[in-house]
Design a protein around this ligand. Structure first.
Ligand code: CAA
Length: 387
């Protein structure tokens, strides 16, 4: 039985910061950010966009094509949680009019969370083949103003509908994991900002990629030449470039050329959005599918990484007609219509959004009509509204 991705939706808030503006303000050579880090723009979430509103907005990108009565499972993956107890999935379930019978919860393991949700959903659908599963990764990457990680911030959400008739990507059953208790990146309860050992985190990422990619090939008999593309978790696009260089070693020349070109296609959205943590790998997949000319069947490798840390390499087979499920022009338009904010505006928005709003304060949004937003709290309960 084929199980995999049937629908994909992406959302990022309506404001961004240009990375050259940020580099100049911080006294950094812009080329360090543009080529050394590989980022051009960074999404900025104001106080009215959080993981719930972004997740709803990402899902609404395709929701009118979905039979909500068949959705049996809803999992939200995040490391920017808005409550220690209640799952973000329950706020979203309400907004998306999902039936009461849906199993809805939240999962966490840094940026790996959405892959964990995908794997749970795959097993769920094997047991319930007539149902579908909605999995959403939604995050705001915050390291802090003037921190070393500042240039790798971002905000956004990816929503995936999985089914037993996947129109986009059928997931293969094999997978290769590596996990270890390490401290490369974490966010303690008392801090709105991530703590990171930046250089160490890059080393661990590459080490876990090497281990899982090698083991995957040994287990499956595939080798690098069999892949049409490999997509990566992209905390910043240079990170994925480095992993892709490792993947290219010892491949045939045509395979090297193809994997290099397809990596370039896969990083285009992330370059303009920044790190969206859980959704980042799937944003790379979306970018690849929207920009590369891929002939089916095509084997696509996926490398998921979550600090703390866990890595997973797995793969999927691209389905004929996959492009009918994509809206590349709408994704570009969403980026193009964003407001460019100055560094001073970004700093003010950032500091405000990182703290809880005042009790019972009603927040209004300047998002486009139809988009959901966080409208403040009422008697301590978070309120969500549609613009
Ligand atoms: N022109 C061009 N390139 C330049 C340059 C210039 N003038 N100056 C420096 N560079 C290059 C450097 O050579 C370097 O390239 P290489 O990596 O190829 O050597 C690159 O720019 C970055 O330089 P530094 O490493 O010195 O940069 P930094 O000290 O400012 O830190 C960072 C970069 C570690 C990524 C930091 O931004 C950070 O901590 N980010 C958050 C952590 C992170 O994203 N880690 C990734 C792995 S963990 C993960 O994947 C989970 C997750 O989502 C967080």
């Amino acid at each position: 039985m084929n199980i995999g991705i049937d629908q994909i939706g992406f959302f990022t808030p309506n404001k961004y910061l240009d990375m050259v503006d940020l580099a100049k303000a911080r006294g950094i050579d812009p080329n360090k950010v543009l080529t050394g880090i590989g980022q051009q723009q960074m999404a900025v979430a104001d106080q009215t966009q959080d993981i719930v509103s972004m997740g709803i907005n990402a899902t609404l990108r395709y929701w009118d094509r979905v039979d909500v009565r068949r959705v049996g499972l809803l999992i939200v993956a995040t490391e920017s949680g808005i409550d220690q107890s209640k799952a973000a999935a329950l706020f979203m379930k309400q907004a998306l009019h999902l039936p009461g019978a849906v199993r809805a919860f939240e999962v966490k393991e840094a940026c790996y969370g959405l892959t964990a949700a995908v794997m749970i959903a795959r097993d769920y659908l094997a047991a319930h083949p007539n149902q579908t599963a909605l999995v959403i990764g939604s995050d705001i990457a915050r390291y802090g103003v003037s921190s070393s990680g500042e240039v790798t911030q971002g905000a956004g959400s990816i929503s995936l509908l999985l089914s037993t008739k996947p129109a986009i990507l059928a997931l293969r059953a094999e997978h290769s994991n590596w996990s270890d208790d390490i401290n490369d990146f974490w966010r303690p309860n008392e801090s709105p900002f991530a703590k990171v050992d930046g250089k160490y985190s890059k080393e661990v990422y590459l080490d876990f990629f090497t281990k899982t990619f090698k083991t995957y090939q040994a287990q499956t008999g595939f080798n690098g030449n069999d892949f049409s593309a490999i997509v990566y978790h992209l905390p910043f696009t240079k990170m994925g470039f480095k992993a892709n260089q490792l993947a290219l070693a010892n491949l045939d020349k045509p395979a090297q050329t193809m994997l290099s070109e397809h990596f370039i296609a896969s990083k285009q959205l992330a370059m303009r959005v920044g790190n969206i943590y859980t959704g980042s790998l799937y944003l790379s997949l979306l970018s690849l599918l929207e920009r590369a000319t891929l002939t089916t069947p095509a084997l696509i490798g996926l490398f998921s990484y979550g600090s703390g840390a866990i890595g997973e390499f797995f793969a999927g087979e691209l389905q004929a007609g996959y492009d009918k499920r994509l809206s590349p022009a709408d994704d570009i338009a969403m980026l193009d219509v964003r407001q460019r904010v100055s560094v001073a505006e970004y700093e003010a928005l950032f500091e405000l959004a990182a703290r809880p709003p005042k009790a019972n304060q009603v927040l209004t949004s300047d998002e486009l009509p139809g988009r959901w937003y966080f409208a403040g709290t009422k008697h301590g309960v978070r309120q969500y509204r549609q613009q």
